[in-house]
Write a protein of this length. Structure first.
Length: 547
């Protein structure tokens, strides 16, 4: 290893020119051209009494450390297609240094602890990090300059050291061992085309805040390929502006959080996608993605979903063991899309979640729906509009009254699975509502009439409240699916309904079951009283006063 100092002012850094190299600062030229093991210096002894230019020429240039400092006159590093390979550290000065060089700079150290200091000077060309076992630590903000340039991590560890790396594009797609250590830093992609490309994540790890900001306001199209990272290695992406079409590519992709605030373009087809963090759509964007499922798979913390009025025309799964999600506004799926609850807790937070094709769950994982006054609105038909199977499913009322509302004008089935529903089940459509299984509900209501509610014969449905009622000429029919009886149970109090048509129904549990004076006894009933309930007596706290 030797030191080489640039002398003589303007010259060409080539494989044959020795006139500009010295063994000491300001010394005589004629020293050998630097090799990969030699440190190069540009300093006060490099000029010839004025500004000077160092131009890269012929084959790729090599050095160990590259250090420019203490310049008395402005130095320009120039060149186009000739590469510069740095096997050690690199440092640009804050003053008297410019760079018009557009060739590729390759860092190929095979040991860690190398530093990169730019002092605000943009590289102006592509950057490649490719040293097996190598590690590079940014000392300040790092920029490749032009929006079309690419930073490529092929081998080794890039430590942002809490700084911002600004590049046109970022690429890392192979099976080599490679790491991005974000700290509290981030990567800003300002280019066009494939701004982020990590489709092959074998050997790829990340640490720290793991944030990438995409700001490409002038592009007509962006491709984004995050690959299928694990939760620990996943990266949050913020699309902060632009009207470009965004293509989210890859057969199986995963991100931490994704935020489109400020983005006004169109999100196109998205393949199978996993989100470990928050999701925020913007009011100005468009969604055309439709064919593949999005899965929320966080395993800790509370993640937030903000739809901003966008319809998600794709299936959605909540599938993170130990995970929790909270709606920040109404969430709407397309009319043919289903929500799957496979694990974790989802808090409706007082908002409405509309799932056109319904709700399905069939695992033994712990999973919970917390209503907090929210509503599950199911508008489709058929036997699987609510398909509750498996075990370890719970619901929590929270504050306010939660509702499951089934609004189809055609027949629909609530497969309850024998669970407890701490909410109101609403017959909200003219089509017959069939309830299977022995389930427990806080309440059952209807918002349309006439309509029918049928229970599976031989089952017992338990209610804290029972509020089904029709109107004159528009009865609510209560019966069994087959020619046998079902049981309705309420532990205490009074059921006060009217305008019902009841058959094959056993009312029990200790409450007084009053069908009302305008209801019809269809036969094979027990426990129902076909009159209005008696008026409250003075003993119940109502007093008549005479004067």
């Amino acid at each position: 290893m030797a030191d080489r100092y640039w002398v003589g002012g303007t010259g060409t850094w080539s494989s044959t020119n020795t006139a500009n190299w010295s063994t000491s600062s300001g010394g005589a030229g004629g020293a050998s051209v630097p090799t990969a093991s030699d440190n190069v210096f540009f300093d006060a002894g490099s000029d010839a009494g004025g500004i000077f230019t160092v131009t890269m020429a012929n084959s790729p240039r090599l050095c160990n450390d590259f250090t420019a400092s203490g310049l008395d006159f402005t130095m320009t590093l120039a060149g186009t297609s000739i590469g510069l390979t740095v096997s050690g550290s690199l440092s640009f000065p804050a003053t008297n240094f410019t760079r018009t060089y557009t060739g590729t700079t390759t860092f190929n150290a095979t040991t860690t602890g190398k530093t990169i200091t730019t002092n605000g000077v943009a590289f102006g060309g592509p950057i490649t990090l490719d040293g097996v076992g190598g590690g590079w630590i940014l000392q300040d903000a790092f920029s490749t300059g032009a929006g079309t340039t690419t930073t490529t991590l092929t081998n080794g560890t890039l430590d942002l050291n809490n700084q911002t790396l600004t590049t046109g594009r970022f690429s890392s797609s192979n099976s080599n061992t490679r790491t991005i250590a974000f700290g509290t830093g981030n990567i800003a992609c300002i280019g066009t085309g494939g701004v982020w490309s990590t489709p092959n994540v074998t050997g790829f790890t990340t640490t720290g805040t793991q944030v990438v900001n995409v700001t490409s306001t002038g592009s007509t199209g962006i491709t984004f390929s995050p690959g299928g990272l694990s939760e620990a290695n996943s990266i949050s992406f913020n699309f902060t502006g632009g009207t470009y079409a965004l293509t989210w590519s890859g057969s199986s992709t995963a991100v931490r959080s994704i935020n489109f605030t400020g983005y006004s373009g169109t999100l196109g087809e998205v393949l199978i996608t996993t989100l470990y963090g928050n999701l925020t759509f913007s009011t100005g964007m468009s969604l055309t993605a439709s064919n593949f499922a999005w899965s929320f798979r966080a395993t800790s913390g509370i993640k937030e979903i903000t739809s901003n009025g966008k319809t998600m025309d794709f299936p959605v799964n909540f599938d993170g063991i130990g995970g929790s999600w909270k709606l920040k506004d109404a969430m709407t799926l397309g009319s043919t899309r289903r929500v799957g609850w496979q694990a974790g807790t989802t808090d409706l937070n007082g908002f409405t979640l509309t799932a056109g094709l319904g709700i399905a769950f069939n695992t033994s994982n712990n999973r919970n729906i917390t209503f907090n006054g929210g509503t599950l609105l199911l508008s489709s038909t058929g036997a699987t509009i609510w398909n509750g199977l498996g075990s370890n499913f719970t619901t929590t009322a929270g504050t306010g009254t939660g509702t499951i509302s089934m609004t189809s004008a055609s027949a629909k089935t609530f497969v309850g699975g024998g669970f407890t529903y701490n909410c109101t089940l609403n017959q909200g459509g003219a089509g017959t509502l069939t309830i299977t299984g022995s389930n427990t509900f806080d309440n059952i209501t209807n918002t349309v009439q006439p309509a029918s509610v049928l229970f599976t014969a031989g089952t017992t449905s338990t209610f804290s409240n029972f509020s089904l009622s029709g109107t004159a000429g528009n009865l609510i029919t209560i019966g069994s699916v087959t020619a046998a009886s079902h049981t309705l149970s309420k532990a205490s109090g009074t059921v006060s309904s009217d305008f019902l048509s009841i058959s094959r129904s056993t009312a029990t549990g200790g409450a007084g079951w009053y069908a009302g004076a305008n209801s019809t006894d269809g036969g094979n009933n027990s426990g129902w009283i076909f009159t209005a309930p008696p008026a409250p007596s003075a003993g119940n706290g109502n007093f008549l006063m005479f004067f």
